[in-house]
Design a protein around this ligand. Structure first.
Ligand code: CA
Length: 235
């Protein structure tokens, strides 16, 4: 199945060049020119595998849009930035972008970056086919949709931040096994050095609240005092 890429760029000549390059390389590529349309497509449309996002959009900044998407989705995001400054780059990555390219860029480079991002995502996702799943329902009523990068709990899709998503996936891959905070940081944070034990605890707390909102009694994440966290086996 071809990966679906959404190009969010208000400058038609740039958008068309990118769409052409992506389609030539076998991607399903679509474009939109505003942050509003992009958000609508990500939230309600066909599943998107990767977003190419221009920083300067007519209705909102790309950074703003990225932040909002990150509050509910781990969808891979590649930034297009017109200003080649370090600050833009750092900001772009801190708000949860997967990569960036500075304008002017070659369409071929953008396509290569998209490929690299998708490869990374698939490598991370591969383990889910194995021990993390128990039949089509998965463990504890948790089901990972690898393509959409979402997790459902008892049939209801969870709105997860990127860290919550990776944290939950790490636990799902090793049901019943206690994972220390250090292990969870390694598995779930893009820059593990930037997280602390308390960061992990805070994210587990948020994750539990979201699970509780779906099923108040279930509580599938166990705390092992002094050790770490585990996903209850067969709960
Ligand atoms: Ca623009």
């Amino acid at each position: 199945m071809s990966a679906r890429v959404l190009v969010v760029e208000d400058e038609p000549s740039i958008a068309e060049t990118l769409l052409y390059a992506l389609r030539t390389e076998g991607f399903v590529a679509e474009g939109c020119g505003t942050a509003g349309a992009a958000l609508e497509a990500v939230r309600g449309g066909e599943p998107v595998d990767c977003l190419i996002l221009d920083v300067g959009l007519p209705d909102r900044s790309g950074f703003d849009l990225c932040r909002e998407i990150r509050s509910f989705s781990a969808l891979p995001i590649l930034f297009l930035t017109a200003r080649d400054g370090e600050i833009d780059r750092v900001v772009g990555l801190e708000i949860g972008a997967d990569d960036y390219v500075a304008k002017p860029f070659s369409p071929r480079e953008v396509v290569a970056r998209v490929r690299a991002i998708l490869r990374r995502v698939r490598v991370v996702g591969r383990g889910d086919e194995g021990e993390g799943k128990k039949g089509p329902e998965g463990r504890c009523g948790l089901v990972h949709d690898e393509r959409r990068r979402t997790v459902s709990f008892q049939g209801q899709e969870l709105e997860l931040s990127r860290n919550e998503y990776h944290l939950l996936l790490a636990l799902m891959k090793h049901p019943g096994r206690v994972l220390t905070r250090e292990q969870l940081m390694e598995m779930a944070w893009p820059d593990p050095g930037a997280a602390s034990d308390r960061t992990v605890d805070a994210h587990v707390k948020l994750l539990r609240a979201k699970l509780r909102a779906v099923a108040p009694e279930a509580d599938p994440i166990e705390t092992r005092r002094g050790l770490g966290y585990a996903l209850r086996e067969g709960a």
